[in-house]
Ligand binder design. Structure first.
Ligand code: ADP
Length: 461
């Protein structure tokens, strides 16, 4: 069992045990405190009821009925009842040992104390029934273990209740720990597995392998983290690649115009060429080419600087894309090209790097405008398909010959068709776009369509 998983598992089990122990302790503490109080209150309510009853009986049927009722009550509740000594009703107790009765009576302190609540009364002295200042004697709880039986009864009931509940808690606790164990086993596996997979993927970076896969099972924040790492890896790969290739690419691209320039200038020097407008124009063109290239080199360097800032955000896709695409609509319509877009309604929460998506869209739509004739049309579709954000840019322009469909994504590659147009492209836009898309873990392709081109970008979500 790996570390993170084990820790999650153990944490949940410890949490369960501590929770159970806390509940048990609280329960036992609460039981001692409140259950005996509750029992005592029940008993007090019983006596209060008795007092109300005998008050009524006293008022309606007179004293003798009260004594009878108290005796009956004592019998039913297994209490002892001692009527006031000297009372006429004493003959009811003729069988009772007079000495014992007197002793109890003495303990009661002449039986003339003030009426007090049952809970406050010292029950070892019995409970004095006084109605309308008339003393009706004492109810005495039989003694057990040197105290009124009611106390030990309550203590016994509390203990029984506690034991019963505690005997439930142990097996219940075991079942809970077992069930908790199973759940935490499953949960720890579910949480730790994708994280470990991601960690394995990330560790590949150290070995120079930039192909990071975001585990399918990752969701929420972890998925965002995975995408951010994948994007970082893609960018690292890109930076590594351009570090290797840039110098070669640019020196290669510069060589042709510089060579042309050199030979033209030499020919002018040697008098082979005339210093006329045509030859000066050709020199000017080569200088323009070099200027454009160095300008793009600067752009590329600027862009690569930004590549290290990863910023995957959760964005409301509909709002974001409609804002962005509206600005291109104006641009296209200025070139007399019809521009339409279609945004799916499922894009309320998508994970994207806004800056990167803007560069991608800008390159694709600018190309579509550049390579589409007047009265042509451009359609952009944004959709969510199989966990991917799918962006399609379709135009009715000059299209790309089948054989060159892959080549156009290479740096500085331009098709002959485009070269014949005065578009001034450098052949860098699509190469940059492909690298950004790869950096985001996505894919770009040029699909067949009736007329023109259909570029499809898929970005993982
Ligand atoms: P640029 O457009 O600056 O030349 P890109 O890298 O953007 O460079 O494009 C490379 C080449 O791919 C272009 O020169 C052009 O030949 C071709 N291309 C790109 N987009 C389109 C398009 N929408 N329609 C036709 N050809 C295209």
């Amino acid at each position: 069992m790996n570390n993170l998983r084990f820790r999650i598992f153990i944490s949940i089990i410890i949490l369960l045990i501590v929770g159970l122990a806390a509940i048990t302790l609280l329960f036992n503490y609460g039981l001692d405190r409140y259950f005996s109080d509750y029992q005592m209150q029940e008993e007090a309510a019983n006596i209060n009821r008795l007092e109300r009853q005998v008050t009524e009986i006293y008022e309606t049927d007179g004293e003798a009925a009260v004594f009878d009722h108290l005796e009956q009550f004592a019998r039913i509740n297994q209490l002892e009842y001692i009527a006031e000594p000297g009372n006429d009703h004493m003959d009811h107790h003729e069988a009772m040992d007079q000495e014992m009765m007197d002793n109890r009576w003495m303990r009661q302190g002449n039986g003339r104390r003030m009426m007090q609540s049952f809970e406050e009364a010292d029950l070892s002295q019995g409970y004095n029934i006084v109605i309308n200042d008339r003393d009706f004697g004492i109810l005495i709880w039989p003694e057990r273990d040197g105290q009124p039986a009611i106390y030990s009864e309550i203590a016994e009931q509390t203990a029984n209740f506690r034991n019963e509940i505690n005997s439930f808690i142990l097996p219940l606790g075991l079942v809970m720990i077992f069930a908790g164990g199973l759940i935490s086993f499953w949960l720890s596996r579910r949480l730790a597995l994708p994280v470990n997979k991601l960690a394995d993927e990330v560790s590949k970076l150290g070995e120079g392998d930039y192909e990071i896969e975001v585990p399918e099972k990752l969701s929420g924040e972890l998925r965002r983290l995975g995408l951010a790492i994948k994007s970082l890896a893609g960018r690292l790969k890109y930076l590594e690649k351009i570090r290797r290739e840039s110098a070669a690419d640019f020196s290669h691209e510069l060589r042709t115009p510089l060579h042309n320039l050199k030979s033209t200038v030499e020919a002018l020097e040697d008098g082979i060429l005339e210093m006329n407008e045509e030859n000066l124009e050709s020199i000017n063109e080569e200088v323009e080419r070099i200027t454009t290239l160095t300008g793009q080199l600067t752009e590329l360097v600027e862009f690569e600087k930004k590549l290290t800032d990863i910023n995957i955000e959760i964005v409301d896709g509909s709002q974001y894309f409609s804002g962005l695409l509206n600005s291109y609509k104006k641009k296209a319509e200025y070139e007399k090209i019809d521009f339409n877009y279609e945004i799916s309604s499922k894009l309320d929460k998508i994970n994207i790097d806004k800056q990167a998506v803007e560069i991608i869209l800008n390159n694709l739509i600018s190309n579509a405008i550049k390579y589409t004739e007047e009265d042509g049309s451009i359609e952009v579709r944004v959709n969510l398909e199989d966990k991917d954000l799918k962006i399609e840019v379709e135009d009715t322009g000059i299209g790309v010959p089948e054989a060159e469909k892959d080549l156009i994504f290479e740096r500085f590659y331009r098709t002959d068709r485009s070269r014949s147009r005065e578009t001034g492209g450098s052949g860098l836009g699509l190469a940059i776009t492909r690298e950004i898309v790869a950096a985001l873990g996505g894919n770009i392709s040029l699909e067949d369509c009736d007329k023109g081109s259909n570029f499809i970008v898929e970005l993982p979500q």
